[in-house]
Design a protein around this ligand. Structure first.
Ligand code: UD1
Ligand code: MG
Length: 469
């Protein structure tokens, strides 16, 4: 046990943080946006950055920030958004906002969840995917320190379109939406990032007082600040960077946000010991897992679901998705690993090799120009250039099983289902339609025909005919 007089401060800090950790939290994610400016048949929040939908990013941040209770507000007839929300967070309650009457109206669509009175309520926007859990934690800390309302403030290059934060010393006095602002208020550069934390004790009392007497005729969530102040409660603004509150309305903003996310993911990878030779050319997914001393050469793309173990090298122009790369393996240049590719230790997959739903066991090699689908390649086996597993008969997929230490000669077609035994040898250019026993040689050869002098005679005859015409 710590002696209070010596380490009192540390103990106090611990007591406060464990007390904070016990505070319950409801995260309300507003996903009822229209998203018309995306010019897409897909709802805005189902667009992806870093291989993950916008709403998925926001839900992960909410959960990481301690949002044990989740409420998601979707627009009418948005079964697709609700389905994605349910897939990502089966525990979440889903509410429908029938009419789009403003951000406070959207929050109140989740009234039932708010009535359960969590200590902290976080209101998040599903189109603002880069908010970090540390930033959400700072909002929650403000509540635990006595604020009834906490918002994120930032200073953009151009404040146009944002709600302005009217400060009174350290306290936040009000948020004024641009359309309702006086010229002096418009001159304020410190603006509202949109997300808000409300203390659960006061949330409904505040939200129920919000009206719609403003320029847009909407129920503004931002009015919560002035109302809290009138109730004698405290409101604060927590300053953050623009990236945390970057909202997406257009495809161009989607791309800008992707760029910011890629920057974060690359930095995290390098901090964890990955070598990125040209980081700006490597595209990662939010769930990409790269071990220590992994080297990624320029121009590599990681789709979702990739793990690369320590010491592996991914060479230029490779595309990986849903794949596992074992320790010390070498992939590429110009390799494609598709979902279900599992590479063991020290495997080599070279240029123009595609691997799908296949396990390549330790030390096996396919160095050039091959398709390996629905297969097992045994330990140390060698797959020659031009080898194809013919896994599809037009209707069904079939498996190819290649034993340990087998040697598949170049340009062989392995017509699945087929089994090549351990240590077997397939002669070049064979079409293998039958299982091959261990240590056997199988080859398919038509007789070679050699006609001495034939080419010279052929050319001479052609030349003579040309001369006569
Ligand atoms: C909001 C803030 C503004 C802030 C800005 C930051 C309000 C009133 N204003 O303005 O102070 O500077 O964000 O980007 O909150 N939504 C619904 N239902 C509705 C209305 C909105 O679900 O009826 C959702 C939207 O899908 C979006 C979020 O709430 O995810 C914010 O709405 P939006 O219309 O983008 O608010 P802004 O005008 O950007
Ligand atoms: Mg907006």
């Amino acid at each position: 046990m710590l002696a209070f007089n010596q380490s009192g401060k540390r103990l106090m800090t611990r007591m406060i943080s464990s007390h904070r950790a016990k505070r319950t939290c409801l995260a309300i994610v507003l996903a009822a946006g229209e998203g018309t400016r995306m010019c897409s048949s897909r709802p805005k929040v189902l667009h992806a950055i870093g291989g993950k939908t916008l709403i998925a990013h926001v839900l992960s941040a909410a959960i990481e920030a301690g949002g044990a209770e989740l409420a998601i507000v979707v627009g009418p007839d948005r079964a697709d958004v609700a389905a994605e929300a349910r897939r990502l967070a089966p525990q979440a309650q889903i509410f429908e906002q029938r009419e789009r009457l403003g951000t406070a109206h959207a929050v109140l669509a989740a009234r039932k969840a708010i009535e359960a009175a969590a200590d902290d309520i976080l209101v998040m926007f599903a189109d603002t995917p880069l908010v970090r859990r540390e930033t959400l934690a700072r909002l929650r800390t403000a509540l635990s320190e006595g604020a009834a309302v906490a918002v994120l403030g930032f200073t953009p290059k151009d404040p146009a379109g944002y709600g302005r934060l009217v400060m009174n010393g350290d306290d936040l006095a009000a948020i004024v939406e641009e359309k309702d602002a006086t010229p002096q208020q418009r001159a304020i550069g410190f603006v509202n990032g949109g997300l808000m934390a409300l203390s659960g004790n006061n949330a409904l009392a505040i939200l129920d007082q919000i009206g719609n007497a403003n320029a847009k005729g909407e129920y503004y969530l931002t009015d919560a600040v002035a109302i809290a102040r009138q109730m004698g409660l405290k409101a604060v603004a927590i300053e953050t960077g623009e990236d945390d509150v970057r909202g997406i309305n257009t495809k161009a903003q989607l791309a800008e946000t992707e760029a910011v996310l890629q920057g974060r993911l690359r930095a995290q990878a390098m901090e964890a010991g990955v070598t990125l030779i040209a980081p700006e050319t490597v595209f990662l997914s939010s769930d990409t897992k790269l071990g220590r001393d992994v080297v990624i050469e320029p121009n590599v793309v990681f789709g979702p679901g990739v793990t690369v173990e320590d010491g592996a090298t991914i060479r230029s122009f490779s595309h990986l998705e849903g794949a596992h790369v074992g320790k010390g393996a070498r992939v590429g240049p110009f390799a494609r690993l598709r979902p279900g590719a599992k590479l063991g230790t020290d495997v080599h997959i070279g240029n123009f090799v595609e691997v799908k739903a296949s396990t390549i066991e330790d030390g096996a090699k396919a160095n050039h120009l091959a398709y390996i689908g629905d297969a097992r390649i045994g330990e140390g086996a060698n797959i020659g250039a031009g080898t194809i597993t013919c896994n599809y008969d037009g209707v069904d997929k079939h498996r190819t099983d290649i034993g340990k230490g087998a040697f598949i000669g170049t340009n062989s077609s392995l017509v699945a289902p087929v089994k090549i035994g351990d240590g077997a040898y397939i002669g070049s250019g064979s079409v293998v339609t039958k299982d091959v026993p261990a240590d056997a040689l199988m080859f398919e050869r038509a007789e070679l025909v050699t006609k001495q002098g034939w080419a010279a005679r052929f050319r001479a005859a052609k030349a003579a005919r040309k001369k006569n015409t």
